[in-house]
Design a protein around this ligand. Structure first.
Ligand SMILES: Nc1nc2c(ncn2[C@@H]2O[C@H](COP(=O)(O)OP(=O)(O)O)[C@@H](O)[C@H]2O)c(=O)[nH]1
Ligand SMILES: [Mg+2]
Length: 351
């Protein structure tokens, strides 16, 4: 199971162009046997230089990156929450993703129609956000009715749900996101299955003209991309793509920016396994324990967890692999409580 990012935005802003470029980086499906095959879903590898280094050091036969899933979600227009366009069908697709990449158009081109008839990224951002807010408001009001009647019966969780929903409703009513509501842990628990759209992390992807591709983003929740450049890069070999990036004065492709920003937005970290058979990257949420990480490899590893042998990435490189690091005393034995660190190279012992 990989984490998924839904690509949303008004029509003709470059969503599918970006998605098509992304799918050129699809990982081979055999490494991810449980994924659904769907033309609107692309599972792409998370770029990580460390993995190549591990492959060299361990002389691994295979290198398997970790992956993240992108979904091209079409059909959002003004009024979607009232059923305009694909309306609620579209909104239900967004409910299933872990985070949202919102593409806004910031390039002029008179041949490509803009649904609002002019290019204004700030306005477009507000239109989409308002749709998500209105959809959430409908969800919250519906749930609030049920929660009220359960709370009357004295149900403790329902009482917490009512207070959570009222706090969220106040935010939504003033056109703020549900994630702006300040909820206690108990309140969060009471509404944990609600799947509100504006509780998800949102990354704004500004699709700019080619000559603006090096523009700096306004904040850490925004990235600048030229979908046109990305679609050209996607057609090239790795080597040619690197040369083109260099010519453009870019140190990273927009897609790599998008993938790494999504990873950060979801608060994910990578741990690694490495040996002669394969070097492989795995994803866990930041703050996960060693048994939870082991469970990513196999559920039995989590259930039967005994301990983890952990080497930090820098030590692994410095001492030229597992054996060297172990001899230098840099392999630590960690128990059930250990919190995984980004770049940990692990070997899990289990029964
Ligand atoms: N000039 C230019 N055209 C683009 C760019 N991104 C997308 N387009 C064009 O805009 C049109 C709509 O793009 P598409 O990706 O289908 O938009 P979607 O409706 O958001 O999926 C297509 O003709 C694309 O070729 C871009 O960055 N620059
Ligand atoms: Mg499209």
């Amino acid at each position: 199971m990989s984490f998924s990012i839904g690509i949303v935005g008004l029509p003709n802003v470059g969503k599918s162009t970006l998605f098509k470029a992304l799918t050129k980086k699809q990982v081979p499906a055999e490494n991810f046997p449980f994924c659904t095959i769907d033309p609107n879903i692309g599972i792409v590898e998370v770029p990580d230089e460390r993995l190549l280094k591990l492959t060299q050091i361990s002389k691994s036969e295979k290198t398997i990156p970790t992956a993240i899933e992108f979904v091209d979600i079409a059909g959002l227009v003004k009024g979607a929450h009232k059923g305009e366009g694909l309306g609620n069908k579209f909104l239900s697709h967004i409910r299933e993703v872990d985070a949202i990449a919102h593409v806004v158009r910031d390039f002029e081109n008179s041949n490509i129609q803009h649904v609002e008839n002019s290019v204004d990224a700030k306005r477009d951002k507000e239109i989409i956000l308002l749709e998500l807010i209105m959809a959430d408001l409908a969800t919250v009001e519906k749930r609030l009715k049920d929660a009220h009647s359960q709370a009357k019966g004295g149900d403790k969780i329902a009482i917490k749900a009512v207070s959570a929903l009222e706090k969220i409703k106040a935010q939504l009513d003033s056109e703020h996101m549900a994630s702006d509501a300040n909820l206690s842990d108990e309140e969060k628990f009471a509404i944990r299955d609600l799947q509100l759209l504006t509780q998800k992390p949102i990354l704004t992807v500004v699709n700019v003209a080619e000559e603006d591709a090096n523009r700096e983003p306004k904040n850490e929740n925004e990235i600048i991309i030229s979908a046109k450049i990305e679609s050209e890069l996607a057609e090239l070999s790795d080597e040619d793509a690197r040369a083109m990036l260099k010519d453009l004065g870019m140190n990273q492709s927009g897609l790599d920016k998008l993938i790494t920003a999504s990873y950060r937005l979801l608060n994910l970290i990578t741990f690694l396994t490495s040996g002669p058979q394969e070097s492989r990257a795995w994803t866990v949420e930041n703050g996960s324990t060693a048994p939870q990480a082991a469970g990513k490899i196999h559920t039995d590893f989590e259930k039967g967890f005994i301990r983890a042998e952990v080497i930090g990435y820098d030590d692994f490189v410095k001492y030229n692999g597992e054996l060297g690091a172990k001899e230098a005393g840099k392999m630590n034995l960690e128990g059930k409580e250990y919190i995984m660190q980004d770049g940990d190279i692990c070997h899990f012992l289990h029964n």
